[in-house]
Design a binder for this molecule. Structure first.
Ligand code: 5AD
Ligand code: SF4
Length: 394
């Protein structure tokens, strides 16, 4: 989502006559896009601002955009006095106007407002992070309020884009030669546009299922989507993937914990059994679907027994990939009022134990690919070796 926001900001700036550089020492304006989903991400922002101070004699304007800007607001000015602009998560399209205000003599500007009425999600193909793969936001924000999560506060309530706009964008991307689109949102299953416009011809149990079929009808080669929230994951999503060859065979379904007690404290709205029912629907599909997930270890009150329940769940789910996080308290969330009583050492031990087991499990799955031919969209050179390329299968 942050990459998509940067692309949008770049589009607005280019339209206003700016050129883009990736070299901060060349820049008149430096924008730092920020994440605050975990404490470490937030720490990095301030480190980066300190580094930017010494980067050139030009004294560029410094703007902070994204979740840290939204949540900290004017507090950023106090912590980092060199910052000139604070650009909230829904102010990306107004950056040129904010720069103008600074140039007009204002010292510190801040915009934490909502998106303007009728704002279009226009991203120029030039600003896309890849000439082959495009992120297409379909829904912004989140109404779930999981107790550990900052997103509902940093990105506000759910707002869905109109289906006709999304479909039109995918059509254009296809014409421009893009091979793959990722439909993105904090919770894509909650996709609920104001009207049915663009979805009239598509069948589906939910608006998201209709959207999947409608986007498939554009004929773009590959469609991926993320993130799915377990409680709202409708089995018709699996049916749509089975029907439409260009819907890729991958579902990212974060579980967060394998203990019902912890899931309740996390306010996830699902228990392990509900989750496993979704997993079975995915695993029993006619296509072999890849399954990935997110897990937090060391949530307040997590006992060794709770953690072992998570280990069991991971064993049962046979994930193709897993993102593991150590719990970090986010100020303002309900969980931040709980006692963060799992020690850093315990969090680390659990993290490593889970990671190890996951590596063993996924290695077995990956070994199954030896000798098989799969279609890979090459995205660039490998960071690890000059001789290799990197890319993703479907
Ligand atoms: N601590 C640790 N991990 C977190 N995540 C979200 N909030 C926190 C937190 N406070 C993880 C969740 C989520 C992923 C994007 O980040 O696993 O799915
Ligand atoms: Fe955060 Fe995802 Fe829960 Fe929304 S559904 S509150 S984004 S963890």
């Amino acid at each position: 989502m942050n990459v998509a926001d940067s692309e949008r900001a770049a589009t607005a700036l280019r339209q206003a006559g700016y050129d883009l550089t990736l070299l901060p020492e060349m820049a008149d304006v430096v924008l730092v896009n920020t994440c605050s989903v975990r404490d470490r991400a937030e720490q990095k922002v301030y480190k980066r601002i300190r580094q930017l101070r010494g980067v050139s004699d030009k004294k560029p304007l410094i703007g902070i955009m994204g979740c840290v800007a939204q949540l900290e607001g004017t507090a950023v000015f106090a912590k980092a006095p060199d910052v000139d602009m604070i650009i909230g998560t829904r102010a990306t399209d107004r950056i040129p106007a904010l720069i103008e205000r600074i140039q007009g003599g204002e010292e510190a500007v801040i915009d934490l407002g909502e998106r303007a009425q009728g704002e279009v999600w226009d991203v120029s193909p030039l600003e896309r992070h890849s000439p082959f793969v495009a992120f297409v936001p379909i829904i912004e924000g989140c109404n779930k309020f999981c107790s550990f999560c900052i997103v509902p506060y940093s990105r506000g309530r759910e707002k869905s884009r109109s289906a006709s706009e999304i479909i039109e964008e995918v059509r254009r991307l296809r014409e421009l030669g893009f091979r793959e689109v990722h439909l993105i949102g904090q919770n894509v299953n909650s996709y609920r546009p104001r009207s049915d416009e663009g979805l009239e011809q598509s069948s589906g149990a939910t608006p998201f299922c209709k959207l999947l079929r409608a986007v498939s009808d554009t004929g773009i080669e590959r469609i991926k989507f993320t993130t799915s929230f377990p409680r709202d994951f409708h089995p018709d999503i699996v049916a749509a993937i089975e029907e439409c060859p260009n819907l890729c065979d991958w579902v990212h379904l974060p579980v967060q914990s394998g203990s019902d007690r912890i899931l309740r404290a996390m306010r996830r709205g699902h228990v392990v059994d509900d989750y496993l029912r979704r997993v079975d629907a995915i695993k029993n599909s006619k296509r072999r679907l890849s399954l990935t997930s997110d897990i937090i270890v060391g949530f307040p009150g997590e006992t060794e027994e709770d953690f072992q329940d998570t280990m069991k769940l991971v064993e049962r789910c046979q994930y193709d990939g897993l993102y593991i996080f150590k719990y970090s308290s986010r100020p303002g969330t309900p969980a931040s009022k709980l006692n963060d009583d799992v020690s850093e050492d315990q969090k680390k031990t659990r993290f490593l134990e889970l990671e190890n087991r996951q590596f063993q499990l996924q290695n077995i799955i990956y070994h199954g690919y030896i000798g098989r031919t799969v279609s890979v969209l090459v995205e660039g050179r490998s960071a690890r070796s000059e001789a290799d390329l990197t890319g993703h299968s479907t």
